[in-house]
Structures are given as structure tokens and as C-alpha cells.
Ligand binder design. Structure first.
Ligand code: PRT
Ligand code: ZN
Length: 225
């Protein structure tokens, strides 16, 4: 990896990967999409693409290990890293929501006082209920949150919801939304000192914005700086 090149971290293998790669390709970038590799050099732009787990992206960006990252806002709200959202990318839409069993008698969240709530988003959950002044017991789990009420482990869950199919399959329903989320392009709050990188970054952002506003770009041998 060349040090003077821009570095962009994207999700290696998950829900944001396809749309992120699509955006990069539509923006005219040429690079190796082989997921067995951990990074790829762009062939027509001085940038390295680093493939990592989505949860690590804000950390890498905050530390300046990479200059840019694509990640869901939900991860930013949960981890509160010192990073800046440059643009909303218009994919990866979901919402962090509170869900209860369909048969539950709970009608409003105040009735969840002292309830057991499972989630992979303990910070967002705590913040939400603290603001509402509702004491709850948070149980952190790393995945399959939706099965915990049926296991008798929780009265409610806080999880990401997109289509709502997972909740329906598990006989759960949304009672309240905590926040909406989509994929965003982020950079370190302090940003990059190097002027060359700044110019590259602006060039790239301009291209992303064109694609996001529906303008198609022709493939080019080299993205002119
Ligand atoms: O391996 P890695 O750590 O990189 O990936 P991951 O498994 O942690 O994340 P991944 O790929 O599942 O999600 C990446 C990002 O996609 C999230 O951080 C969100 O920003 C965004 N996103 C958009 C979603 C969803 N939609 C989504 N529906 N992330 C997760 N889900 C899950 C949700 O947790 C629940 O299990 O999908 C299920 C609900 O989906 P519906 O459609 O049934 O409602
Ligand atoms: Zn993850």
C-alpha cells in the first residue's frame, strides 16, 4: 500500500458491500473486487480500498489508519467515534427499533419500566431510555436478538429493522423507533493533513455526489486530478 494514496475502508462481506462497490464502480473507479484479498489498489486513481468488518471502520477512520470509510450511521450512533459524516449514500436504509411480542399487552414504552431488553446496541438503548426516564435492564447479545423473547430471556428487543420480515417471522412487532439509519461516507474529524490527499478526497466526493444525484459518469482510463 502506498502511503501517499488515499485509503478508503469498506465492509468486506455484508449488507453494505454490494451497494458500496456499486457506487465505487459507477464513480469510474477500477479495482480488484476479489473478496479473498484484504485490500485493492485502484488502477485509475491513487487510492487503496481496504476491506474490513463494518464495526471496525469508525475506529480506523478516527485513528487515521484510513482516510475515509463507508459505514451505517447506526454504528456511529452506537460507538460515538470522533468522525465526520461527509455525505449520506442513499443505501443501507434501516431503523433501530424497539419491538415486543405480538401478544404483549404493552401499548406504550412507559410500560417497559424495569423490563428486560436484549440488544446489540446497548449504548443507543441506554441513551434512549435514560432520556425518557424509564429504568430498564439491558442484556447485550451479539446476534439473533429476535429469538430472545421466545426464549424467555427478554420482554422486548432493540434491533435494526429494514423490511420487518425478521420481526414478523419471530412474532414480534415494532412499538417505537429510536432512529433511522443509512450508509454514510465518513472521515476523521481532524482530517488529513496532506494537501494531496485533500485534493483526491474532494475529487472523489464530487464523483460520488454526481452518482447520487443521478448523473452517470463515463468510464475513464485515469481519473484526472
Ligand atoms: O461482518 P460484519 O461485522 O462486517 O457485518 P455485520 O453482520 O455486523 O453487519 P451486516 O452486514 O448485517 O449489516 C451492515 C449494515 O447494514 C448495518 O450496520 C446497517 O447499517 C445496515 N443494515 C441495513 C442492516 C439492515 N439493513 C438489517 N436489516 N443491518 C442489519 N439488518 C439485520 C437486523 O439486525 C435484523 O437481524 O437484518 C434483520 C432485519 O431485517 P428485516 O429486513 O427482516 O427487517
Ligand atoms: Zn458488524
Amino acid at each position: 500500500m502506498k502511503n501517499t494514496n488515499l485509503k478508503l475502508a469498506i465492509q468486506k462481506n455484508g449488507r453494505l458491500t454490494f451497494d458500496t462497490i456499486n457506487l465505487l464502480c459507477e464513480s469510474g473507479l477500477k479495482f480488484n473486487i476479489d473478496k479473498r484479498y484484504s485490500f485493492a489498489s485502484c488502477l485509475n486513481f491513487p487510492m487503496e480500498i481496504v476491506y474490513v468488518r463494518d464495526d471496525d471502520i469508525p475506529n480506523y477512520v478516527e485513528r487515521g489508519v484510513v482516510d475515509l470509510g463507508v459505514v451505517g450511521q447506526n454504528i456511529l450512533y452506537e460507538t460515538k467515534r470522533n468522525v465526520t459524516n461527509i455525505i449520506d449514500l442513499n443505501f443501507g436504509f434501516c431503523s433501530l427499533s424497539i419491538a415486543i411480542p405480538e401478544k404483549s399487552n404493552v401499548k406504550k414504552i412507559e410500560q417497559l419500566k424495569n423490563a428486560k431488553i436484549t440488544t446489540s446496541y446497548p449504548n443507543s438503548t441506554k441513551e434512549y431510555f435514560t432520556k425518557k426516564n424509564i429504568p430498564i435492564n439491558i442484556i447485550s447479545v451479539t446476534g439473533s436478538v429476535e429469538i430472545t423473547p421466545a426464549l424467555g430471556m427478554a420482554d422486548a428487543i432493540v434491533d435494526l429493522v429494514a423490511t420487518g420480515r425478521t420481526l414478523a417471522l419471530n412474532n414480534l412487532k415494532v412499538i417505537e423507533k429510536i432512529y433511522d439509519s443509512q450508509a454514510v461516507l465518513i472521515t476523521g474529524a481532524e482530517n488529513i493533513g496532506c494537501e494531496k490527499k485533500q485534493i483526491l478526497m474532494q475529487k472523489l466526493i464530487k464523483r460520488f455526489k454526481k452518482i447520487l444525484s443521478g448523473i452517470s459518469l463515463l468510464p475513464v482510463e485515469k481519473i484526472i486530478l
